[in-house]
Design a protein around this ligand. Structure first.
Ligand code: SAM
Length: 301
């Protein structure tokens, strides 16, 4: 990297339907729409700011099993099977999507990545040419919908059939049913190997991989081993005038500097800006920040 990478704490500041109410003692207290949840947050190594009465006023608490990934939701108050939330994309119609408690402790949205949606939708909107965006590990589709709302032709890839059906439902809920989105249930690397062979090119790429994952046929994704390979294939699938590449890593012991350096290598033949840092959420109780993920993003000058 020619210059030291910039390091930013990115906050998704436009949410109305989501709020980090408090954190502490290894937990976080959050509002998704009008429902309140307590989830483990091992990095919250301080004391809670809100009184127990607030923490006891939850709709559900996630009870983890000793193994890191497992656990279940303990319902404390009546919760619907699913409900809707909205996200106001700047200068565009708001996204509407459904959320629900899932066994993997998530609810169908990672609120902190919304700052990437704003960034990318802003870049797409400014283009007069057709823009092709690829969203790998797309989960419930919110980044894909933000890109489509801004006018991009989108390819969304995820290994989980259930997540892709959920994402398609979110497309309809958001009133984006007529937008060109290709929904693909496939292993990210396998799909991209095929795209490379077909000579498919993209102007914008979003990568939001988990630490460990499996493709539909049991293909193993392991972030440190698999990401360099995926970056290399993605580089081959970039158009001559790429607009952005955004990589976000969750739950990994990684510095944003390392993601930025790997992305810098991928983008070495292009002139642009590299930004990296952490996706953070600010509590409303005591104004402390929770770091949720590290990211690096490249954009054309
Ligand atoms: C961390 S979530 C992505 C978060 C989401 N992009 C967001 O911003 O809300 C990871 C996703 O990767 C998918 N996944 C895991 N392994 C995969 C693989 N080998 N190929 C494609 N998708 C995979 C999972 O099904 C899951 O939806």
């Amino acid at each position: 990297m020619s210059q030291s990478p910039t390091f930013t704490l990115l906050e998704a500041a436009n949410w109305q339907d989501y709020e980090l109410l408090d954190s502490g003692d290894g937990l976080k207290l959050e509002r998704f729409g009008k429902y309140i949840f307590a989830r483990p947050e091992s990095q919250a190594m301080w004391s809670r700011a809100l009184p127990s009465s607030e923490w006891n006023n939850v709709h559900a608490v996630f009870q983890p099993t000793p193994e890191e990934s497992g656990g279940h939701w303990l319902e404390k108050k009546k919760l619907p099977d699913k409900w809707e939330m909205k996200y106001p994309l700047p200068h565009l119609n708001e996204l509407t999507f459904s959320v629900m408690t899932t066994p993997g402790r998530h609810l169908g949205v990672f609120p902190e990545v919304a700052s990437h949606w704003d960034f990318m939708a802003g870049l797409v909107q400014k283009e007069t040419r057709p823009v092709r965006v690829l969203n790998l590990f797309g989960y419930t589709g919110l980044a894909s919908l933000a890109a489509a709302a801004a006018g991009a032709q989108v390819t969304h890839v995820d290994a989980s059939k259930k997540s892709v059906s959920w994402a398609r439902e979110n497309q309809t809920l958001s009133g984006l049913g007529d937008k060109p989105i290709r929904w693909i249930v496939e292993d990210a690397i396998k799909y991209m190997q095929r795209e490379e062979k077909r000579g498919m090119k993209y102007d914008g790429i979003i990568l939001d991989p988990p630490k460990f994952g499996r493709g539909p046929k049991g293909e193993v994704w392991e972030v440190y081993k698999s990401l360099p390979n995926l970056f290399e294939i993605c580089r081959a699938c970039l158009s001559d005038e790429p607009l952005f590449v955004i990589a976000t890593l969750y739950a990994v012991r990684a510095s944003a500097i390392h993601v930025a350096q790997a992305l810098d290598e991928m983008m070495k033949n292009f002139t642009g800006n590299m930004d990296s840092g952490e996706l953070v959420t600010r509590e409303t109780s005591a104004n402390r920040l929770l770091s949720q993920a590290v990211y690096a993003r490249w954009s054309a000058k």
